[in-house]
Design a protein around this ligand. Structure first.
Ligand SMILES: [Zn+2]
Length: 65
């Protein structure tokens, strides 16, 4: 469901296909917003994974003593 955005949401000027930003006003395109949202989610999952690993290893270390 990749709907190509042809015009800027903010100023309405034509966009270069698959552009991340509007060349006229600098507004982020819908595609870029979605990618940023995805990147934040991936980062959050990665962060939680690291936290879980640290807690897990701390627990294992405490149990082994
Ligand atoms: Zn614009």
């Amino acid at each position: 469901m990749e709907n190509v955005q042809a015009a800027c949401d903010k100023c309405g000027s034509a966009l270069v296909p698959n552009a991340a930003y509007c060349e006229r006003c600098g507004a982020r395109t819908r595609r870029a917003k979605r990618l940023v949202g995805l990147a934040i989610r991936v980062e959050l999952v990665f962060f939680l994974l690291v936290v879980a690993l640290v807690i897990g290893f701390t627990w294992i270390y405490a149990v082994q003593k």
